[in-house]
Design a protein around this ligand. Structure first.
Ligand code: NAD
Length: 462
């Protein structure tokens, strides 16, 4: 039995970051992880592998669609799927080993196995019980399905199975037009699959700013993705190498079926807390089945904290990381803080989609007086030079004070551009502050400045 100041359960972005920060703050720290490799869903079967496949398939798209226009002649590359998967696995390996290195560097013990908490202050892994003054539960989430749809990870897959299909399917049906459905749907559409997305609500990425969501759907349609919106999937019948998806259109209750070689279920994720023994301990959960915490990530049981996908809030790696750092600071007696009003979200399709702060719909619902500054990438020289003129930047600012309330970007490198708005919002900046900041030419970021200018006397290149 070993004694620690802190034991973190789970080595995903929330857990491993919490462990590193605890160690940096001088706390004797261990992290329990049952997977063969560190990094959790994000590094092993989520963010990182999907980005590798998005990158590879985007290169193919460029070769097929834009090379000839730039005077680059020759046959477009063909897809060696096995090699593409090997490249993805290599990327995963580099990243997970990187975390192992960071654990060693920071003298964090990796306790291998699945943890349970028999009582506050104790963590059981296999036959061993370890002691800890504080325990941080960072156990993450797992794919959640819908009634009558059973995931077998062969013909009916979650994002995990979709990252290692034995071959590129001829026809892929995606259930759910959320982040996972559209990112992985894009990958397979670029690789030649016929992709059909079925979504319950009447728009794609339903929580996103409405104008962006509309433009996004239009651009994805141009790339060959088909959408059936307002359709509730009733069930999936899986056969050996095919599947049949049944859905009901909400407008008239009519029932339809569609065949697929592979069905991707991307209808959300749920907290993963199995086997931890939280119920027996009396740890309070919310109605949504996640661990209830206070503002300092403490559960109702003294000495047990929780962060990331296992608690309330958006299921995003960077939200978990921020909570990981903050809870470590709290445990070390410092002031840990996360500004939940400024958490960006990004969809890594092409073009990328990124947002932070409030949407126009939310501001309308609040009855808040706001102004909109918009700028199209068609007016951005750099974007036009690289076939990336589709999309726009939209900045929302308070009508009276000019304070930035939100930003929504669809366009080239949107996932990078959003961060200058995040920094501005952290400093309580006005749109004018952004507009008066010199931006290098020619960069995509000039579009952000122009949108800020459009909140005032007007953009220059509009
Ligand atoms: P999501 O919540 O983003 O989208 C699920 C979609 O499925 C919704 O649009 C919902 O209306 C639809 N749906 C639900 N039931 C349905 C039914 N019966 N028929 C048809 N449609 C139905 O969930 P996701 O895409 O599975 O992603 C899970 C989580 O992982 C999210 O929290 C997401 O933010 C996170 N994630 C983030 C990234 C990123 O940041 N780039 C990437 C992948 C995943």
């Amino acid at each position: 039995m070993a004694s620690y100041d802190v034991i973190v359960i789970g080595a995903g972005p929330g857990g491993y970051v919490a462990a590193i920060r605890c160690a940096q703050l001088g706390l004797k720290t261990a992290c329990v992880e049952g997977r063969e490799t560190l990094g959790g869903t994000c590094l092993n079967v989520g963010c990182i592998p999907s980005k590798a496949l998005l990158h590879a398939s985007h290169q193919l798209h460029e070769a097929e669609h834009n090379f000839a226009a730039m005077g680059l002649r020759g046959k477009a590359p063909s897809v060696d799927w096995k090699q593409m998967l090997a490249y993805k696995d290599d990327v995963i390996g580099q990243n997970t080993k990187g975390i192992e290195f960071l654990f060693k560097k920071n003298k964090i013990d990796w306790i291998k196995g699945w943890a349970a908490i028999p009582e506050a202050g104790k963590v059981k892994v296999g036959d061993e019980v370890h002691e800890a003054k504080s325990i941080i539960v960072a156990s993450g989430s797992e794919p959640s399905s819908i009634p009558n749809v059973e995931i077998d990870e062969k013909t009916v897959v979650s994002s995990t199975g979709a990252l290692e299909l034995p071959k590129v399917p001829k026809k892929l049906v995606v259930i759910g037009a959320g982040v996972i459905g559209l990112e992985l749907g894009s990958v397979y559409a670029r690789l030649g699959s016929q992709v059909e997305v079925i979504e319950f609500l009447d728009k794609v990425t339903p929580t996103m700013d409405g104008e962006v969501s509309k433009a996004f759907q239009r651009l994805l349609k141009k790339q060959g993705l088909n959408f059936t919106l307002g359709a509730a999937v009733q069930g999936v019948e899986a056969m050996k190498t095919k599947a049949k998806v049944t859905y009901k259109l909400r407008k008239d209750d009519s029932e339809h079926t569609v065949d697929a070689d592979v069905v991707l279920v991307a209808t959300g994720r749920k907290a993963f807390t199995d086997g931890l023994g939280l119920q027996a301990l009396g740890v309070e959960m919310t109605d949504r089945g996640v661990i209830r915490t206070d503002k300092q990530w403490a559960t109702n049981i003294p000495g047990i904290y929780a962060i990331g996908d296992a608690i309330e809030g958006p299921m995003l790696a960077h939200k978990a990381e921020d909570e990981g750092m903050a809870v470590a600071e709290v445990i070390a007696g410092k002031a840990g803080h996360v500004n939940y009003g400024v958490i960006p979200s990004v969809i890594y399709t092409h073009p990328e989609v990124a947002s932070v702060g409030q949407t126009e719909e939310e501001l309308k619902d609040q009855g808040r007086a706001y102004k909109v500054g918009k700028f199209s990438f068609m007016g951005n020289g750099r974007a036009k030079a690289v076939f990336a003129g589709d999309g726009f930047v939209k900045i929302l600012a308070d009508k009276d004070t000019d304070r930035i309330l939100g930003a929504h970007i669809i366009g080239p490198s949107a996932g990078e551009l959003i961060h200058e708005v995040c920094v501005a919002m952290e400093f309580g900046a006005s749109a004018e502050d952004l507009a008066l900041t010199c931006h290098a030419h020619p960069t995509f970021s000039e579009a952000v400045r122009e949108a800020a200018l459009a909140c005032g006397d007007g953009a220059i290149h509009a």
